[in-house]
Write a protein that binds this ligand. Structure first.
Ligand code: ZN
Length: 143
């Protein structure tokens, strides 16, 4: 019997790829890393301003760690390993800052809407928020 030769089978292999556990890890890493593009795009379109939700950074960490594992244990390629060896550092830092910003949000006594830590007035009902707004440079110290 000749090898399967109809898409998605190419030369008898699914998508023409010689599959192994590490190929699955690598392609899963690609898929997870690429999926963050849709998460960020959806969040931006929803708010009509550039948004980077926490899920974007979680997908960044997961995708880059899968690709790092693929590079270390399967490819043994120093260029590929270096490309993903340190990317998790800004991803973790961005998650920490994101978390601190979320925690520092200011609730409106009138309508309950959460406003940015730097806001002085509620954007929904216009009521002056109690206490004083936090300057952006102080948000990172409010943990
Ligand atoms: Zn309000």
């Amino acid at each position: 019997m000749p090898p399967l030769d109809h898409f998605p089978w190419i030369n008898g292999k699914f998508l023409g790829i010689a599959w192994s556990v590490w190929k699955v890890v690598g392609w899963l890493g690609n898929a997870v890393f690429f999926s963050r593009f849709f998460v960020q795009w959806y969040a931006t379109e929803k708010r009509k301003q550039v948004m980077v939700p926490a899920l974007f950074w979680w997908l960044s960490i997961a995708g880059s760690l899968l690709l790092l594992a693929y590079a270390i244990f399967y490819k043994h390629d120093s260029v590929f390993i270096f490309a993903y060896a340190f990317t998790w550092i800004p991803y973790i830092r961005n998650l920490v800052i994101h978390h601190r910003h979320e925690k520092a949000q200011r609730p409106c006594a009138e309508c309950g809407l959460l406003s940015a830590p730097t806001a002085s007035y509620c954007s929904q009902c216009g009521v002056k928020l109690s206490g004083s707004a936090i300057a952006p440079e102080h948000i990172s110290r409010t943990s």
